[in-house]
Design a protein around this ligand. Sequence first.
Ligand SMILES: [Fe+2]
Length: 386
Amino acid sequence: MSINEFFHRTKIVYGAGSVLKVGQEAVSLGAKKVLIVTDSFLSETSTMDKIKENLSKEKIEFEVYNEVKSNPRDVDCMKSAKMALDMEANVIIGIGGGSSMDQAKATAILVKNGGTCQDWEGVPLKNGMLPTICIPTTAGTGSEVTFVAVITDTKRKHKMSLWELGTIAAEVAIVDAELLISLPPSLTASTGVDALTHAIEAYTCKIGQPLTDVLALRAIELISKSIVTAVEQGDNIEARENMMLGSMMAGIAFGNADVGAVHAISETIGGWYDTPHGVGNSIFLPYVMEYNLPGNSKRYAEIARCLGVYTKGKTEEEIALEGISKIKELNKKVKIPTLKELEYISPDKFDEIAEASARNMLSENNARAIDKAGYMKVLKAAYENN
Ligand SMILES: [Fe+2]
């Protein structure tokens, strides 16, 4: 019998309308001055107005850093950290997709520990981090409940993971599905398949455990039954709630397990070409599943059941293959671009992409051992099957 450890550090304030609790939660963290970390689009929305009003009501001073980019960059984290230090912020609020939440976490780390993001890549923090509130506006990364901030090293063109179990995490996550209502279909689709990828990789990676399995399987059910509705009917609150709950559960699952080869490729192309994280994951998910299937059909059959595959009279392998087909169909239905459609990634780059992905630490816990040759198979299959 194995002994497992399961970490959770974040208070979750969950439900439609919960964004209005932000002032109260900031007070409970002792907030006097707050830096809000977000992107330029969100900083002009009514959601931001609500947050500002709510903080003002509690007499909390705030400033807004609104220059977060997709695939958040080390140089920008230095800017937001300087801003937090200059204003003497004692709480950070990250609102947006994974990029804003990850930059908020990195900011909270740099304020307390100094240095650069590179200094804290894979290294335990000396002084913890400033208390941070994360408010997701996509159902995707699960960053509101994970122990990692993924930041792009702009010089090395490499995605760094600032990761420490139990430490690098938001104190509070405010998880309000109403904030998803205005998320456009294409972002709902790619971030949603990212969340599905977290659940599938957490369930199949080498270091899962019973608690992460339960969360991952339920997340697969919730996301797969709601993603098409959420994409096609953005104001369907039930679908949005399922997506939000599913992505959060998947986040808790992979935060305590791992992700694998899908994320390794997505990080490579995200660092090199700025491919949005969710798009990269969505493209490669079914082809990594095909690669991983030998020796893992039981787990992939269980995933297929959660995806709604009819199982009677079929072998585990048949069930698993139908599950993979369902993911391919899903990608088409929600209009994920194909690898060929990302014209900037041509087949003559596959060799380098495969090599870099094989070097990524995430390859270690992938369901099936994978090296450069394995990644070449995945890349070619993704390219040819489009
Ligand atoms: Fe992800």
